[in-house]
Each structure stands twice: as C-alpha cells, then as structure tokens.
Design a protein around this ligand. Structure first.
Ligand code: BEZ
Length: 220
C-alpha cells in the first residue's frame, strides 16, 4: 500500500501507448492513475468515456491521466472503440490504459475488491484513484467498490483543492469549488494573517470563543 506523502512507486507497465516507467512518463506533471475491474464492463465504459471527455480539463490543470484495467493491450484497444462510440468521443484517444492482465499492479497497490469476483472466483480490481504530484508523492487516494462508478467532476474539484493548498496557506471547506471562500490554516498565527491574506480574513464568532473558523477569499 502507498500512503499519502509516500513517493509513488516507479513501476513499469505495458500500456496502449507503449511501455512506460511511471516517473519518466509523469515528468514534471501532476498525474492521476485510475483503475478499473475489467474491459468490456458497463460502468467502466461510462467512466473511461467521461474521463476522455474531460481530458482537456485535466490538461488545463497540468494533470496527466492514465487508466489501468486487468486485461491486455489488445483487449484495451478493442474496448476503446466501444467507449468512443458510447461516449460520442471521436479522434485520438487522449490517455494510455495500462494492461495489468496478471494483476501485478492491482495486488501491489491494494486495488482488489473482495466482494466482486470474476467467473473464475478471483477478486476484481476496485475503482482506485491515485493523484500524484510533480514531486512523485501521493497526494490523494480514493477507493470505490467495483459496483460504484466515480464522479469525475469531483475528481477535478479535488485536484483544484490539492493544487491550491499545495502552495497557499489555506484549506478548502465542505463542498468548496474553485473560486469559493477558503479556510485559513490553523497553523497561521493571527499576527500573520495580513501578510498571507491581503484580501482579508473573516473570523466567525463561536460559543467556545476560539477563533479557529477563519475564512478568506481564494488566494491568487
Ligand atoms: C462494471 O464496470 O460495470 C462493473 C464491473 C465489475 C463489477 C460490477 C460492475
């Protein structure tokens, strides 16, 4: 298992874009690795189609996308034709899909869903999301069971939060979306608020009298 803050392993894999070494493939970009139970399955088909549709949004955020499914490159290439037709996406396929036929990576990264099994009784791969920073460290991981498709708008939202909070002394509150009010980090001293937050800080008065609920407009 990879924990938040760990350097994501520099694994090697065969993909629909050829063989890769993860760190070289990532370069100086952020990366998202998302896994799928198997090719030619319905929920995965909708997820990969949505990811393809949103590829320009990921690119705008300097995030390279890579999917993983436990089948061969040949199967992936056949499946991509179905995904394109179902999602209405045409043109060049925008991101590679890793072939993990022997489940080496699925096992290594703890991606298996014990409740969903193949016809042969093997656990299927769950729907993992790993977001890795340009420093190659794991910034976020989400794990969904095979039976629940992901929300790619939410994934873009968390990337916005990760990229903002990587450089500014803020955290993002419940249901935040880009441009919304942020919370001042508890580690910022009251006397330093003016230095870090020239747009101002609003401290909410609470029964405890502790001034920990501090809002500030999203820093530039
Ligand atoms: C799917 O992608 O539709 C799926 C795959 C495995 C289990 C359940 C659903």
């Amino acid at each position: 298992m990879v924990n938040l803050g760990d350097v994501f392993p520099n694994f090697e894999a065969s993909t629909t874009d050829g063989d890769i070494k993860f760190h070289d493939w990532l370069g100086d970009s952020w990366g998202i690795l998302f896994s799928h139970p198997a090719d030619y399955t319905p929920v995965c088909t909708t997820e990969l189609g949505m990811a393809a549709k949103l590829a320009p949004e990921f690119k705008k955020r300097n995030v390279k996308m890579i999917a993983l499914s436990c089948d061969s490159v040949e199967d992936h290439n056949g499946w991509i034709k179905d995904i394109k037709q179902n999602s209405g996406e045409s043109g060049e396929w925008p991101y590679p899909i890793i072939a993990d036929k022997n489940r080496d990576l699925a096992i290594k990264f703890g991606m298996l869903d014990p409740d969903e099994k193949t016809a042969a009784g093997l656990p299927l791969t769950a729907r993992c999301v790993f977001i890795v920073g340009p420093d190659k460290k794991l910034k976020l991981s989400i794990l969904y069971p095979a039976t629940t498709g992901r929300n790619f708008d939410e994934i873009l939202r968390v990337i916005d939060s990760l990229q903002l909070t990587a450089t500014k002394k803020v955290a993002t509150p419940v249901n935040w979306t880009s441009g919304g009010k942020c919370m001042v980090l508890p580690s910022v001293k009251k006397e330093d608020e003016g230095k870090y937050f020239p747009k101002g800080v609003e401290t909410v008065s609470v029964p405890s009298g502790k001034g920990y609920l501090r809002y500030t407009p999203q820093p530039e």
